[in-house]
Design a protein around this ligand. Structure first.
Ligand code: MSP
Length: 513
């Protein structure tokens, strides 16, 4: 049986073009998808756009455009971004697609059938920007305006007939779920937040609106559209052809291995989503991981604050792989992180150009000159070589288990220290002083090549294009990257020709004013 892995990003609101926060969720998910793929898993990686609700309807009205046409244009910018970010997503779902409409209406019918939905009236606060209902104690007043305490977005009063989901009924089953599956909500700090929210008491949730029409109609009651979060969350199973639970995709990939989301949308994923699924008798995803925010000048990016960082501009200026590396390394995963071009330039200069790029160039240039441009043949490992080579074998299971905990910080620290160690090994062994002992010279070169190969395999999920460029030294292609082979110390074929490669990363001239 093949091992399977299903990872998702949030589906993004196409109310404005993508920013760095969106790019971040997607790059992180792509990192895990690539890691699992090279580790032998069959991976389904889903992303897409969340196109219904008042937020989108108003954004389109503001532009004077038909709502679907407006969504078509902006959803395309998210689709294009996935190409620009070199994402390996299997699917891109739009909630305006027919497959999704069927899926949501079926889920609704299931909830209705099980008596989890009833008609009543909603009177309370609603934030269009968050598409969320708030209780009185979650609201504050600022400059005479009512806003949500947590997100600071404006709320408006809603008074209308609405269908409700019996969320209160699922309070205890949810608490049982969190206890039975302590990793369901990660990281742990966020889990505690959710548990205390649920313990404080769940009220039934309004799941339809009748004062606007941009959404999926409630079956048998066309005056109502389904609440956009019930609609959006269902995307994760629509892509697997729900309601057909017997089709191959659903059977293979559901329940999802992990939903990668930002911390601001944890309540929807860790409370509402499992409650809907429990009510519909569908399995619960294995994990919801709420990452931190990318801050711009110490604040969360938002259109209203005017502090949006455009990923395309950064890619244009520095290239994609430096951005991917930087976001994965410098934003401690799970926490918020401020990003600055200064730190990005430091990363490029020290980690990527000096430690990684230089190592690849140096050993290749040396072998072209001293080993006939080939992978050396006559070698005899000594302790110094085996010590550094075997470290990868000794750590591979630890790396795998840390990745299963989404501990990207461990993974990247491992790579950074491996790079230091590899450079130190090459310097300390001084192959240039071993011209009289060719076996030793060859062994040092072979060992360094093996280390470069292993590091390139580990780097592939982070900086895929550059790793593949570096692997051209050995004529290794993408399909040959197999994580389990980093345990081998004799992967490279002795006597094969190597190739000279172009500079992997150009150093950035720093302005020291
Ligand atoms: N449409 C909903 C998600 C539905 S999932 C079933 C939504 N969309 S969003 O476009 O507003 O945000 C999508 C994701 O981007 C969220 O995970 C959010 O946390 C993330 N980010 C938005 N701004 C961010 C930062 N500044 N930093 C990091 N991620 C942030 O919510």
């Amino acid at each position: 049986m093949t091992k399977t892995y299903y990872i998702t990003t949030p589906i993004y609101y196409p109310s404005a073009k993508p920013h760095m926060g969106h790019a971040y969720s997607s790059i992180i998910a792509d990192f895990f998808a690539r890691f699992k793929r090279i580790d032998g898993y069959e991976v389904y990686f889903l992303t897409g756009t969340d196109e219904h609700g008042l937020k989108i309807q108003r954004a389109a009205e503001k532009e004077g455009l038909d709502t679907l046409k407006f969504c078509d244009v902006i959803s395309k910018t998210f689709l294009d971004l996935s190409t620009k970010l070199n994402l390996t997503n299997t699917d891109f779902i739009r909630t305006t697609e027919k497959r999704h409409l069927n899926s949501v209406q079926n889920l609704w019918n299931e909830l209705k059938k099980n008596d989890d939905i009833y008609l009543s009236k909603y009177s309370g606060w609603y934030s269009v920007s968050d598409e969320a209902f708030y209780n009185e104690d979650e609201i504050e007043e600022l400059d005479g305006k009512k806003i949500s305490i947590s997100s600071k977005s404006l709320v408006e009063w809603v008074d209308e007939e609405s269908y409700f989901f019996r969320l209160s009924k699922w309070q205890q089953p949810l608490l049982d779920l969190y206890q039975k599956n302590p990793n369901f909500i990660s990281p742990e700090s966020r889990r505690n937040e959710v548990v205390s929210f649920v313990k404080s008491g769940l009220k039934d949730l309004s799941v339809s609106r009748r004062s606007f029409s941009w959404g999926i109609k409630v079956p048998n009651d066309n005056d109502h559209v389904i609440y956009v979060w019930l609609d959006a969350l269902t995307n994760y199973i629509s892509a697997l052809n729900y309601p057909d639970k017997n089709n191959d995709l659903f059977k293979k990939f559901w329940p999802a291995s992990v939903h990668i989301i930002g911390k601001d949308i944890l309540r929807f994923h860790a409370v509402y989503w499992p409650a809907f699924l429990l009510a519909a008798k569908i399995d619960i995803p294995k994990k919801v991981y709420g990452h931190g925010w990318i801050l711009s000048g110490d604040e969360k990016m938002s259109k209203s604050k005017g502090n949006i960082l455009d990923p395309l501009e950064i890619i244009e200026k520095y290239g994609l792989d430096p951005l991917r590396y930087y976001l994965i390394k410098e934003v401690s995963f799970g926490n918020d992180g401020n990003i600055s071009s200064e730190r990005l330039e430091d990363c490029i200069n020290s980690d990527l150009a000096n430690n990684f790029g230089n190592l690849c160039q140096r050993v290749t240039a040396f072998a072209i000159k001293n080993c006939d441009g080939k992978i050396p043949k006559n070698i005899e490992f000594i302790n110094d070589d085996l010590k550094i080579l075997n470290k990868y074998k000794d750590n591979i299971d630890k790396l795998r288990s840390e990745i299963d905990k989404q501990n990207i910080n461990f993974y990247i620290d491992y790579i950074v220290s491996s790079l230091f160690e590899a450079n130190k090994y090459f310097n300390d062994q001084e192959p240039w002083n071993k011209k009289k002992d060719l076996v030793r010279l060859n062994t040092i070169v072979y060992t360094t090549f093996e280390i470069v190969r292993k590091i390139c395999f580990l780097m592939y999920p982070i900086i895929p294009s550059t790793s593949l460029n570096a692997l051209k030294i050995f004529n290794i292609n993408e399909k040959d990257i197999d994580l389990s082979s980093i345990t081998k110390n004799d992967f490279l074929k002795k006597g094969d020709y190597i190739n000279k490669i172009d500079i992997l990363f150009k150093k950035i001239e720093k302005n020291n004013d």
